[in-house]
Write a protein that binds this ligand. Structure first.
Ligand code: TYM
Length: 331
C-alpha cells in the first residue's frame, strides 16, 4: 500500500484553491492508501502569528478539513507540532541543504520581496521543513496544487542526496500526485492569477463564506470591457473566471458562456451571477458541516490526539532508523 502525505498551513480559512488544488484529492486517496494529512503549524511561524491566534487557527483548519471530507477513521489527521521527530529530521536535512539552492526557490524570493523586514532563516529553510514532513513517513505520493511543485522537487533532491550519502533506497522519491492529471492552479478573483489566503480579502472564496459574501466577492471580480472580435483569445482575467466556472459549474454552463463570449454577446454580470450560485451550491453543505464540527471541541481534540499517536508511531520508527544510519549510538 502506498503512503500519501499532504499538509496545509493554518493561516486562515480554507478556500476553493485549497479544496480543488489538494483536498479533493485527499478525499479520494484516503480510500486506497495509507494517508497522513497534517496541519503545518510550524510552517506558519515564518510570518510570526500572535500566540493567541495560533491554537484557534489550527482548530479551525482541523474542523474545516473534516468538514471537507477527510475521515479521521481512514486517514491519520494530525498537527505538525505534535511530531517533534519532524524537527529532528529538518535539522539533519538542513546539514545538507545549500544556501544557493534554497535562495533560488521561487516562493522564498516572493516572500522575501513581500516581507523585506522579516527574511528569516525559517523562510529560507521552508523547503527542508516541508521535505522533513514528507520524508518522516517515507511518503510516495503528495497530493498538492501546482504552487507546491517546486517544493516537491526540492524534497526529491534532499531525499536522493540523503540516499546517496548514507543508504541507497532509504527514502522513496516522492511524487506530486493528482490521479494522473496535471496539477491544479485555482485562480483568484482579483486578476492576480492564484487564489491565496495572503492575497487580500477579495481574492479568495472561503468554504465558510456566507452566500451573500460569496455573491459580493464574485460580483466585484476583475474583468475587462468585453470582447470586440468574434472568437478572440480571452485575456488572463477572463480566462480566470472561466476556469473557476469550469471547476464548479456543469459543462453545458461553461459551453453556454463560451459561446456568448465568442459571439461578443456575453454579459459578465450574468456569468458572475451563475458562478456565484454554483459556488454557493457547492460550499453550502460544507459550510454547514464546518459550523457543526467547529462547535464540538471534544471531538476535534479527540481527532488530534488519536492522529498524533498514530503519526508518532510512523515518525519515531523513521527517525530511529535515521539516527542509526547517520551514526548516532546510545551510550
Ligand atoms: P498551503 O497551506 O498554501 O496550501 C495547502 C494546499 O492547497 C493547495 N493550494 C492550491 N491549489 C491550487 N490552486 C490554488 N490557488 C491553491 N492554493 C493553495 C496547495 O498546493 C497545498 O496543497 N507548503 C504547503 C504546506 C505544507 C505541505 C507539507 C504540503 C507543509 N508541508 C508537506 C504538502 C506536503 C503550503 O503552504 O500549502
Amino acid at each position: 500500500m502506498e503512503i500519501v502525505l499532504s499538509g496545509i498551513r493554518p493561516t486562515g480559512n480554507l478556500h476553493l484553491g485549497n479544496y480543488f488544488g489538494a483536498i479533493k484529492n485527499f478525499v479520494r486517496m484516503q480510500e486506497e492508501n495509507q494517508c497522513f494529512f497534517f496541519i503545518a503549524d510550524y510552517h506558519s511561524l515564518t510570518t510570526h502569528p500572535k500566540p493567541g491566534d495560533l491554537h484557534g487557527n489550527v482548530k479551525q483548519v482541523l474542523a474545516e478539513y473534516i468538514a471537507s471530507g477527510l475521515d479521521p477513521e481512514k486517514a491519520t489527521l494530525y498537527v505538525q507540532s505534535d511530531l517533534p521527530e519532524t524537527v529532528e529530521l529538518y535539522l539533519f536535512l538542513n546539514m545538507n541543504a545549500y544556501l544557493g539552492e534554497l535562495e533560488r526557490v521561487t516562493t522564498f524570493k516572493e516572500k522575501a520581496r513581500k516581507q523585506p523586514d522579516n527574511i528569516n532563516a525559517g523562510l529560507l529553510t521552508y523547503p527542508s521543513l516541508m521535505a522533513a514532513d514528507i520524508l518522516i513517513h517515507k511518503a510516495h505520493k503528495v497530493p498538492v496544487g501546482k504552487d507546491q511543485e517546486q517544493h516537491l522537487e526540492m524534497t526529491r533532491t534532499f531525499a536522493r542526496r540523503f540516499n546517496r550519502m548514507y543508504k541507497e533506497d532509504f527514502f522513496p522519491i516522492p511524487q506530486a500526485y493528482n490521479f494522473g492529471e496535471a496539477l491544479v492552479k485555482v485562480p483568484g478573483l482579483d486578476g492576480s492569477g492564484k487564489m491565496g489566503k495572503s492575497e487580500g480579502e477579495d481574492n479568495a472564496i472561503f468554504l465558510v463564506d456566507e452566500p451573500k459574501v460569496i455573491r459580493k466577492k464574485i460580483m466585484k471580480a476583475v474583468t475587462d470591457s468585453g470582447p470586440t472580435q468574434m472568437n478572440q483569445q480571452k485575456p488572463e482575467v477572463i480566462e480566470n473566471l472561466f476556469n473557476l466556472l469550469k471547476i464548479v459549474s456543469a459543462p453545458e454552463v461553461v459551453d453556454h458562456y463560451d459561446r456568448l463570449y465568442n459571439q461578443c454577446t456575453i454579459r459578465y454580470g450574468d456569468l458572475k451571477k451563475q458562478l456565484a450560485e454554483d459556488v454557493i451550491t457547492f460550499t453550502t453543505p460544507i459550510r454547514e458541516r464546518i459550523l457543526e464540527i467547529s462547535a464540538n471541541n471534544d471531538y476535534i481534540s479527540k481527532v488530534a490526539r488519536i492522529g498524533a499517536e498514530k503519526a508518532r508511531e510512523s515518525a519515531s520508527k523513521t527517525i530511529n532508523e535515521i539516527r542509526e544510519i547517520i551514526g548516532f549510538r546510545h551510550f
